[in-house]
Write a protein that binds this ligand. Structure first.
Ligand code: C2E
Ligand code: MG
Ligand code: MG
Length: 362
């Protein structure tokens, strides 16, 4: 038994090796602690978070082995607490990949954000789709959602699903988020010279709200790019923290700047109704998974869509349905009176030049 830093212990058994044995040891330790708590009348309960690795066939060096163990123990501590986690090679490989991406992203940021790009996906007017039958894109596009990508020699194209969590965990979303605001707003301003009604929406991460002065960052981006605030939308997701006074004041800060707020990913998180009231959002975006689940389900699932749209409208919001992949999807959803659609049926996210070529001519 070794004492490591920060209340951590390392237990090694050179004659053991099986996972079962690790489990037995862990239960033994917890059992002893419980008994001690009881016998000595402790006022506190102790938790034991442990990482285990059966290293019988593992030829790693001691340093690598310790790194694997620390990773596993941290997983136990962060995710579940008071449990034993066993080493998982796939999770560890993903973790190492994320660390490597993070350090390559740091380099990119230093090199003037080399490798970062914004793609744009059209948002269309669902009312016009209804009238025309077939979507003729330039006539029905009302906005563009900006979506982040990062390209690197070693990793190829890394999508938002993998990239954003890495940026959030490392705090790098703050500088990258600043870059995104500038790029997206500048693009919007450029398009608005010929298409004054078109809007661009930017996804905002909660980490940006918590770790930076986002209202002033948005204000600076508005001033520098000279975009009309009425043409930009900030997309934020629901969060358990929304009761927080600070977040409320940030949201009113955005309103004061004249930018709009959309609620993204509705139907995936808490779907807190109170939140909808408080946030004064412009549009409620129904998530891809929420929509597809309803389409695959029965009439009850579709009822949820119907009531969600009704509720949003009653609260003065418009509704955008995301993840529309087929005509069939669109036709099934039209009776629920959505205001906007977004999805592969109309277009995948594309670079700014392609977006203009395909959508911006009348
Ligand atoms: P989101 O904001 O809900 O964006 C919509 C996502 O759905 C995009 O994925 C888009 O490519 C995808 N999508 C659009 N139409 C369809 C469809 O018909 N079918 C399917 N299966 N998917 C469709 P993407 O670009 O990979 O982004 C994933 C998420 O990452 C975004 O979800 C957003 O939460 C986040 N994200 C993307 N860009 C940014 C960014 O610049 N900043 C921040 N903070 N988050 C971003
Ligand atoms: Mg979004
Ligand atoms: Mg969404």
């Amino acid at each position: 038994i070794y004492l490591l830093s920060g209340g951590k212990f390392l237990l090694m058994n050179f004659t053991g090796g099986s996972v079962d044995e690790i489990r037995r040891r862990y239960s033994g330790i917890r059992q002893s602690l419980r008994e001690a708590e009881y016998e000595m009348g402790y006022k506190r309960l102790f938790t034991v978070s442990a990482g285990g690795i059966a290293f019988i066939n593992d030829t790693s060096s001691l340093t690598e082995m310790l790194a694997k163990l620390m990773f596993t123990a941290n997983t136990a501590k962060e995710n579940r607490k008071d449990t034993l986690c066993l080493f998982n090679a796939r999770e560890y490989a993903l973790y190492l990949r994320a660390l490597e991406i993070e350090s390559a992203v740091r380099e990119s940021i230093k090199n003037k954000f080399e490798g970062f790009t914004l793609l744009f996906q059209p948002i269309v007017n669902a009312k016009k789709v209804q009238k025309n039958g077939n979507p003729a894109l330039p006539q029905i596009v009302v906005g563009a959602e900006s979506l982040l990508r990062w390209k690197n020699e070693h990793f190829g194209m890394v999508g938002a699903g993998e990239l954003i969590p890495i940026l959030e965990r490392s705090g790098l979303i703050v500088p990258v988020g600043r870059w995104i605001l500038m790029k997206a707003f500048a693009q919007c301003a450029a398009w608005n010279t010929l298409f004054p009604e078109l809007y661009v929406s930017v996804n905002i991460s909660f980490v940006q709200i918590l770790q930076s002065n986002l209202v002033s960052e948005v204000q600076i981006a508005l001033e520098r790019t000279m975009v009309n605030p009425k043409n930009v939308v900030l997309e934020i997701t629901e969060s358990g923290n929304i009761d927080d006074k600070e977040i409320q004041s940030i949201l009113s800060g955005f309103s004061a700047l004249g930018v709009k707020i959309d609620i993204d990913d509705f139907g995936t998180g808490f779907s807190n109704l109170r939140y909808l009231q408080d946030i004064h959002a412009n549009t409620l975006k129904l998530d891809y998974t929420f929509i597809q689940k309803a389409l695959a389900g029965d009439t009850k699932d579709l009822k949820i869509i119907e009531f969600t749209v009704g509720m949003a409208h009653a609260l003065g919001m418009t509704v955008c349905m995301e993840g529309i992949e087929t005509y069939d999807n669109m036709e099934k959803l039209l009776p629920f009176a959505p205001d906007k659609f977004q999805g592969y049926l109309f277009s995948r996210p594309v670079d700014a030049r392609t977006f203009a070529k395909e959508n911006l001519h009348r």
